[in-house]
Write a protein that binds this ligand. Structure first.
Ligand code: BEZ
Length: 222
């Protein structure tokens, strides 16, 4: 392999990071061809990979996304699945799960047979598996910026409550310019950013509406 090829391969395997623009791609999915940049400009996207169709943990996870799709809809969020399987396998699996359980995977699932998307997004982690994507979740905001990334190994399923909680936390943080404490969930108090000047510090100390643990740690209701 020459130097250019090595650099190209490194880039291919480079992990996207929080704050990066989500790399654009075109892909074949169970709902036809899609291009990431063609998703509606006002929508969040939760893009997630699973190791393989017709496998047990993946079936529970995909069924979780499908049965709670209404909650993602309510958060203005499109779902986008991916695995390194063919469209034929995806369709067979969707139909199989529908027949067995009545659950229908009503969101696009990328057939990433050439591994282009999975490699670009660091979903292919060779020391875990050279042929199957790990369980990744990318939270992409309406400006197509990556805001949160989860990676799970092949043998541990994700937590749908946490995926939804994290999505809502990101959106609430953006809307109200606040930060979210440990285990935050809708209705809980949020963290007000620490003061940056002495004037702000004095304002903070005088503000009785805040729950203050100390001057740098204060919470409020939304
Ligand atoms: C599963 O979904 O059960 C699974 C898939 C790939 C490797 C191991 C487990």
């Amino acid at each position: 392999m020459n130097t250019i090829e090595k650099v190209q391969e490194q880039e291919f395997y480079s992990m996207p990071r929080i704050g990066d623009q989500a790399p654009d791609f075109e892909a074949v999915t169970t709902k036809g061809k899609i291009k990431l940049s063609d998703f509606a400009k006002d929508k969040w996207i939760v893009m997630f990979s699973h190791p393989a169709d017709f496998t047990p943990v993946c079936t529970t996870e995909m069924s979780g996304f499908a049965t709670r799709k209404n909650e993602f809809d309510a958060l203005n969020t499109e779902l986008l699945g991916l695995s390194i399987d063919s469209i034929h396998a995806h369709l067979g699996w969707v139909q199989n799960v529908r027949e067995n359980t009545g659950v229908y995977f009503d969101f696009p699932i990328i057939a990433d047979l050439d591994m282009k998307v999975s490699k670009r997004y660091g979903m292919l982690q060779p020391n875990e598996s050279e042929t199957a994507a790990v369980r990744a979740v990318f939270f992409i905001d309406p400006k197509k910026k990556i805001r949160l990334i989860m990676y799970y190994p092949l043998n541990v399923g994700r937590n749908m409550n946490e995926i939804l909680r994290a999505l809502e936390a990101l959106q609430t943080s953006d809307k109200h310019k606040v930060a979210m404490p440990l285990d935050w969930k809708k209705g809980d108090k949020v963290i007000v950013g620490p003061p940056k000047t002495l004037d702000e510090l004095n304002e903070r100390i005088a503000d009785d509406s805040l729950e203050k643990v100390d001057w740098y740690l204060a919470k409020k209701n939304l």
